[in-house]
Design a protein around this ligand. Structure first.
Ligand SMILES: [Zn+2]
Length: 164
């Protein structure tokens, strides 16, 4: 996938993070369209998306089928390595403890997330795994396109309640 090189000149600016968060939001839309809680994820290496994932918990009837797990699995398959030390993971919702564990285990360099998850977020909301002495600590950039990432979720749950 080609990316806008001008945006990629500075990997630290908000435009760069928002560019890839939009791609994660596209993955969340895919989930929404199949009536899954809309959470999407992309993994970026050298300014390129190497893997994507979206929540498929209901479709697969699998508690492990979170967006981040799917993307990490795809990234390991793509690169041929379990270590993703040069990769950034973008996810529309703060990772849960399972996904935060997978992020630590795969040595993801940076995690960029959108909305905070007060019920199960493991990078600040319920707990912050980076406060504990694990052997890897990803850098965390939170609240990127936070509003947009949250609205897609709140609208999904609103529609669910209304269509009951
Ligand atoms: Zn998760």
């Amino acid at each position: 996938m080609e990316t806008d090189l001008k945006i990629c000149e500075n990997r630290e600016n908000s435009e760069y993070f928002e560019y890839f968060m939009e791609k994660a939001l596209e993955q969340a839309e895919i989930a929404k369209n199949i009536n899954e809680t809309p959470v999407g994820c992309v993994i970026v290496e050298n300014n390129k998306i190497i893997a994507t994932g979206y929540n498929r918990r209901e479709s697969d009837q699998n508690a492990l089928a979170h967006a981040e797990i799917a993307a990490i699995k795809a990234a390991c398959e793509k690169t041929g390595f379990w270590r993703l030390t040069e990769c950034d993971l973008y996810v529309t919702l703060e990772p849960c403890p399972m996904c935060a564990g997978a992020i630590i285990n795969s040595r993801i360099k940076r995690v960029i997330f959108g909305a905070f998850d007060k019920k199960s977020g493991a990078f600040g909301s319920v707990i912050n795994l980076n406060d504990y002495p694990f052997n890897h600590k990803p850098d965390i950039i939170s609240g990127v396109l936070e509003k947009k990432s949250g609205i897609i979720l709140s609208e999904f749950f609103k529609d669910l309640r209304e269509n009951k």
